[in-house]
Design a protein around this ligand. Structure first.
Ligand SMILES: [Zn+2]
Length: 304
């Protein structure tokens, strides 16, 4: 199974709760634990202007290109520098590449060690997100004629508000978000929203996800699933108040990826948020998602 990754995802955003070093650390950890070898990592190309325009407005993209601080860029909660903009455009290219791999490799699965920037809207930045790589990848695959229908299962602690808004009136893309209700952001309407109470635990989370996801998956019959595997539902996260354990998060990954596999739906995994008090926990949770994906990819290979 391939991993999409670029060292340029690690950019200087100043003192910040978002640890951009996690991407490098996850890659190092995959190599250290013998879960991957160098040849398993694919380096993405930046998304093209045309690919970005399929989701974002020209006006907003011009702000980014010219590093202009406007009402469209100022809610990113990030600085606006050339390397930062490049990292986001590169991550959008990474999700495109990951989706292509998922749709062409026999495993039907690819993990992008980046992306998941679900708070970016068509015309503006929000919450550490400049470019909505999830939407860019889905639109890209539709334009390349590889898929018609897609489903987003967003398991980041925060609602995927940008993604929900972008696809709100598009019946070809089903958006599901399971999140902490009483938290950032201002909610938009996904096709299916599961707003959990504060301090929801593993069991409550997994039951709610299963009840909502399975019928939606069967009804919508997507050609591609994008799994937004946020690490921030973890009980020791600084930005959230859900109470999932690492075991619970692994069960969540197994549920989503296992059901997608059972239904033969090619799947792109993107990592999204993770702000645990200890960076090593965030890295460990993301590596756990990779491990679940690797185990599934292996069983698929032996079955075919
Ligand atoms: Zn989040």
């Amino acid at each position: 199974m391939k991993f999409v990754y670029s060292p340029q995802y690690e950019v200087d955003i100043g003192p910040h709760v978002f640890p951009t070093s996690k991407y490098r650390r996850i890659r190092e950890e995959l190599l250290r634990r013998g879960l991957a070898v160098e040849a398993d990592f694919v380096e993405p190309r930046p998304a093209t202007h045309e690919q970005l325009l399929a989701v974002h407005t020209g006006e907003y993209l011009e702000d980014l290109e010219k590093l202009r601080w406007t009402e469209r860029t100022r809610y990113s909660e990030l600085p606006l520098t050339r390397p930062i903009v490049h990292a986001y455009i590169l991550a959008a290219g990474g999700s495109i590449e990951g989706a292509r791999i998922a749709l062409t490799e026999p495993a039907g699965l690819c993990v992008h060690l980046g992306g998941g920037f679900h708070h970016a809207f068509a015309d503006r930045a929000e919450g550490f997100c400049y470019i909505n790589d999830i939407a860019v990848a889905i639109r890209g695959m539709q334009k390349e004629g590889r898929i018609q229908r897609a489903m987003v299962v967003d398991c980041d602690l925060h609602q995927g508000n940008g993604t929900a808004h972008i696809f709100e009136s598009d019946p070809s893309v089903f958006t599901l978000s399971i999140h902490q209700e009483n938290n950032y952001p201002l909610k938009q309407r996904s096709d299916c929203d599961i707003g959990l109470e504060d301090y929801a635990n593993d069991r409550e989370y997994l039951d709610a996800l299963k009840d909502a996801m399975l019928p939606a998956m069967e009804r919508h019959q997507p050609d591609l699933l994008v799994y937004v595997a946020g690490a921030d539902p973890y009980y020791d996260d600084q930005l959230g108040a859900l109470r999932l354990t690492k075991e619970g998060l692994r069960e969540r990954d197994t549920l989503v990826l296992g059901e997608a596999s059972k239904h033969h739906i090619p799947t792109l995994v993107v990592l999204a948020g993770g702000y645990a008090r200890k960076l090593s926990d965030t890295v460990d949770i993301h590596v756990g998602t990779c491990e679940v994906a690797l185990a599934l990819a292996r069983t698929k290979k032996t079955n075919t």
